[in-house]
Each structure stands twice: as structure tokens, then as C-alpha cells.
Design a protein around this ligand. Structure first.
Ligand code: GLP
Length: 260
């Protein structure tokens, strides 16, 4: 794992945007795995800015979102469809046919999940999967005890996750109980996994995921198996890590060719 600690979320998000830009510019048909939540908002803002000011071209970009609530239509303001179009897709030149987000209203959920996996494969696999993290250490909606080799499927959300996401729904009782999510096995097949975490409330989950044992109780810890997992943190999210000085030393001495 490569752990990069930046003074704040702005600088960390700028770095993330530079890495995504590099992938978009290097590949003929870049395939991005994308998250929702508060964490990637700044990254999306920087990508939009790069599109507007530097002409970053999204016309060849293919995207797959990590997850979606079951039962929400794409125009529901709390749906991840709505979120993605509002914060990124409507502001760049992406082709709508290249955008993939699980369908929370699919009539045959199992078939839909299988097809989602197939579409990722047909696209050539994910060049990068960007991730946030829940306070219980989940990635996507892979709640504690999710199989570490799981594929795209339906998960029941924990009470903690439903409480934390209640702000998007007005009240907790409006938060769906189920979501479709890429599995841990799906995520681990991405060529690069880039996890972003900001703020003190993520510090414990981050310490467990990076320095704790690999366990399905903290599904982000499965990233320890990934050959190219980059963890981008602000200082607060890094505050419970034991090897902070080492991570900073490694970053300062990174060979020039490895930088982005
Ligand atoms: C939800 C999403 C995750 C996200 C997490 C944290 O559970 N399914 O993908 O990482 O929330 O959200 P936030 O970035 O708002 O803290």
C-alpha cells in the first residue's frame, strides 16, 4: 500500500485529480470506477475545472459507479445517479452511453448484477477504482462481514450506515435498507485502487484498514491484498496511524518517475 498524507483535503484531492487526469490522457479508452459521498466532491470539482480550463477530454472515458440504492429512481435527489450527473457528468463531455451506474429499479436484480460485472469485463476492466470509506471501514456498500471475494450484488445496509446517510434523505426512515454494490472481489480487480479519506471521523477506520489485520469486519482492509493500492489522506484522517513518519518519509523520497 502507498499511504500519502497531505495537509488538507484540497491538496489531497488535487493530487487525486492529477492521477485521474494522467490515466485519462494515457489510455485510449480509460475506464474509471467512481464513488459517491462527500469525500470525492472536491476531486470531481477539480476534474471539472481541468475539463474547462485545460481541455481534459472525457469523450473516450467509460465509467462504472460502485453502488446505488435499491428502490430509488435516477431522478431521486438522494440517488447516486442524481449525484453523479449533478457533480460530474453534466459538467464534462462524457458520452451518456459510456456511463454505468447500477439500476436500483432493475426488475431482476440478480441478472442485473451479473450483467454489470460482464459490462466491466467487456470494457476491459477498471483502470482505476476510486473509493471513499465508511466509519466502520466499508468500501462501496460492502458492510462488515461481506465476503472478501464478493461480486456485484445486493447488500443490506447496517443501522450505522443508514444513520450516516440520513442527511441525504431528510430522515433516517427514508433511507433504503438495501443497495446494489460492486463486491470486494470486483474492486480488487481494478488495476489501481485509490482510496480517499478526510477528517477525524475516518481516522479509526483508516488505521484499522491500513495497519490492522485483513478482516471482513473492515472490508477496506482487503486492499492490503491489492498490488497497487494508494491511500490518500488529510492529516486528520491519518491521525491514528502508527507509521505516519515512515509514510511521509517514503513520499518525500519517491523516485521522480513514480510521481503524479
Ligand atoms: C457510503 C458509500 C461509500 C462512501 C461512504 C462514505 O456508504 N456507499 O462509497 O465511501 O458512504 O461517505 P462520505 O464520503 O460521505 O463520508
Amino acid at each position: 500500500m502507498e499511504v500519502i498524507i497531505q495537509p488538507d483535503s484540497e491538496q489531497a484531492s488535487q493530487l487525486a485529480a492529477r492521477l485521474v487526469k494522467k490515466i485519462i490522457m494515457e489510455k485510449d479508452r480509460p475506464v474509471l470506477g467512481l464513488p459517491t459521498g462527500n469525500t470525492p466532491l472536491l476531486l470531481y470539482r477539480y476534474l471539472v475545472e481541468m475539463h474547462r480550463k485545460e481541455g481534459l477530454n472525457f469523450s473516450r472515458v467509460v465509467t462504472f459507479n460502485l453502488d446505488e440504492y435499491v428502490g430509488l429512481s435516477p431522478d431521486h435527489p438522494a440517488s447516486f445517479h442524481y449525484f453523479m450527473w449533478k457533480h460530474l457528468f453534466s459538467q464534462v463531455n462524457i458520452r451518456p452511453e459510456n456511463v454505468h451506474i447500477p439500476d436500483g429499479l432493475a426488475s431482476d436484480m440478480e441478472a442485473h448484477c451479473r450483467q454489470y460485472e460482464e459490462e466491466i469485463k467487456v470494457a476491459g476492466g477498471l483502470d482505476i477504482q476510486i473509493l471513499g470509506i465508511g466509519t466502520d471501514g466499508h468500501i462501496g456498500f460492502n458492510e462488515p462481514t461481506s465476503s472478501l471475494s464478493s461480486r456485484t450484488r445486493i447488500k443490506t445496509l447496517t443501522e450505522q450506515t443508514r444513520k450516516e446517510n440520513a442527511t441525504f434523505f431528510g430522515a433516517e426512515e427514508n433511507v433504503p435498507y438495501h443497495a446494489i454494490t460492486m463486491g470486494i472481489g470486483t474492486i480488487l480487480e481494478a488495476k489501481i485502487c485509490l482510496l480517499l479519506a478526510f477528517g477525524k471521523k475516518k481516522a479509526r477506520a483508516i488505521a484499522q484498514a491500513i495497519e490492522g489485520p485483513v478482516t471482513s469486519m473492515v472490508t477496506a482492509s482487503a486492499l492490503q491484498f491489492h498490488p497497487r493500492a494508494i491511500i490518500l489522506l488529510d492529516e486528520e484522517a491519518a491521525s491514528e496511524l502508527r507509521l505516519v513518519n515512515y509514510y511521509q518519509w517514503v513520499y518525500e523520497h519517491k523516485p521522480e518517475w513514480q510521481k503524479f
